[in-house]
Write a protein that binds this ligand. Structure first.
Ligand code: ATP
Length: 442
């Protein structure tokens, strides 16, 4: 049972996921991929509101990780690379998950997912059957692709992590940009994994969008520890700055036996989801694994020393962030559902309503207000039903402010501004409206 702090209701964990799934589909955040053909496990499409949410997350991340810093540059590498990249990086040999199969029904699950295995065995027990499992087999997570039109086609892979695009461009970036170790390379882009058990909406998908930073330092354990701790805090602070509930976030150090093949040390930021504490973002000390394997070194121009830099990585996911921000923001209060999304993440910042759709004078002014606000914000328009219904409809998608143009507006050039969280209403002059909203939405 997951109970979020500060809420006035109690929703059980299964219900939360069902409600989020229903809401995100009905309001156009997330749709099952290829929906009209019955979907395809692990693939999702984003609707109009989901696309805005994801774009806002990416914009916030890029702003914080690249634009506001002097020591980080951004890139956008290709999804498909020369297969030699994946051999050198160790992914062809070691990017694997262990899988077991139920001998009764042939359902496959990850061998290390104790909870899932237990739940599955319970299902059989209910039918008075005893589940037993095959020995674990390892499966490679890379998705194969074949290029060219004539046989033999060239086999390569969709990238299993976006990281390698950074390493293979390291030399190009050092020679073309004015960067010096220590410095970072940031990237946002799609990654693909043949996950054995995709699920929990977009949490574990087969196609997802990572947002990652590779921060290069001189090889030194003390420096690595300092840099690791610095980025851990930066990343946690970022989630908190966008309104995530502190009690739903924690750090967890990886055990020796769960670290990826490239990691010397790894710690996750975890989120307390309705389906348990789950990995949200990984902070990894990759040492010189990748640059070493790609045989890339770096020459310090000041000291003339040549060395293979070490890497501290922060590896998050846009889709997972969108899902956890939605879950964290979901709340029910009496008769309304509210997505208390941070204003910078909310798909619409403001909604504008004419009190009555059949009063041309009111509609005309409302349109003018709508059009002028559109210069500064993403704005919704709604003239259906009554005002109460319109408020609830905007609450459900997280719109922080609703602006109503009514009969009085025609007399006093002011509108009613209603706050999503407090439901309080204020009368604001139209000419002061933009400034008022800019301050409130900051
Ligand atoms: P897990 O052990 O849960 O499979 P992982 O440790 O393999 O995850 P990483 O390789 O560290 O994950 O990936 C970095 C980040 O990419 C994760 O923290 C997560 O945010 C995201 N990620 C990884 N796999 C998926 C996936 N299948 N769907 C959505 N996001 C993912």
């Amino acid at each position: 049972m997951a109970e979020k702090e500060g809420e006035t209701h109690s929703i059980n964990s299964g219900q939360v996921m069902e409600k989020i799934a229903a809401l995100t589909k009905s309001r156009g955040f997330i749709f099952p991929g290829s929906d009209i053909y019955g979907g395809l496990a692990g693939f999702w499409d984003y609707g109009p509101l989901g696309t805005e949410l994801k774009n806002n997350i990416k914009k916030e991340w890029w702003n914080k990780m690249v634009h506001k810093r002097d020591d980080v540059v951004g890139i956008d590498a290709a999804i498909i690379m020369n297969p030699e990249v994946w051999k050198a990086s160790g992914h062809v040999d070691s990017f694997t998950d262990p899988l077991v199969e139920c001998k009764l029904c042939h359902r496959r699950v990850r061998a290390d997912y104790e909870e899932e295995r237990r739940a599955h065995s319970e299902e059989h027990k209910k039918k008075k059957e005893e589940a037993s499992w095959t020995e674990p087999k390892t499966f490679n997570l890379l998705t194969e692709v074949f290029l060219g039109v004539t046989e033999p086609k060239q086999k390569t892979f969709l990238r299993g992590e976006i990281t390698q695009g950074v390493f293979v461009n390291f030399k190009n970036i050092v020679s073309s940009s004015r960067v010096k170790v220590p410095f970072g390379i940031a990237q946002i882009g799609k990654a693909f994994r043949n996950e054995i058990t995709p699920g929990n909406l977009t949490f574990r998908s087969r196609e997802f969008e990572q947002m990652e930073l590779e921060y290069f330092i001189a090889p030194d354990e003390k420096e690595a520890k300092k840099t690791f701790d610095y980025w851990k805090k930066e990343r946690m602070d970022w989630y908190l700055s966008l309104g995530m509930n502190k009690s739903n976030l924690r750090f967890r150090i990886h055990e020796d036996n769960e670290r990826a093949h490239y990691a010397r040390f790894a710690e996750d930021i975890e989120y307390k989801s309705p389906f348990g504490w789950k990995e949200f973002e990984g902070i990894h000390h990759r040492g010189d694994w990748d640059l070493g394997r790609h045989k890339i070194s770096y020459k310090d121009q000041d000291t003339n020393k040549e060395f293979t830099p070490w890497v501290i990585e922060t590896s998050g996911c846009v889709d997972r962030a969108a899902l956890f921000f939605l879950i964290d923001a979901y709340s029910e209060e009496k008769d309304r559902v509210v997505l208390k999304l941070h204003p910078r993440l909310a798909p619409y910042k403001v909604a504008v309503f004419p009190l009555l759709r059949n009063k041309p004078d009111i509609v005309k002014v409302a349109r003018q207000v709508h059009d002028s606000l559109k210069e500064s914000f993403v704005v919704a328009w709604d003239d259906r039903g009554n005002i109460g219904k319109r408020y609830y409809s905007q609450d459900e998608i997280g719109t922080p402010f609703c602006v109503t143009v009514d009969f009085e507006t025609l007399e006093d050039d002011a509108v009613t501004v209603r706050d999503r969280d407090t439901m309080g209403q204020e009368r604001i002059k139209i000419k002061e409206l933009e400034k008022y909203l800019i301050e409130k939405l900051a």
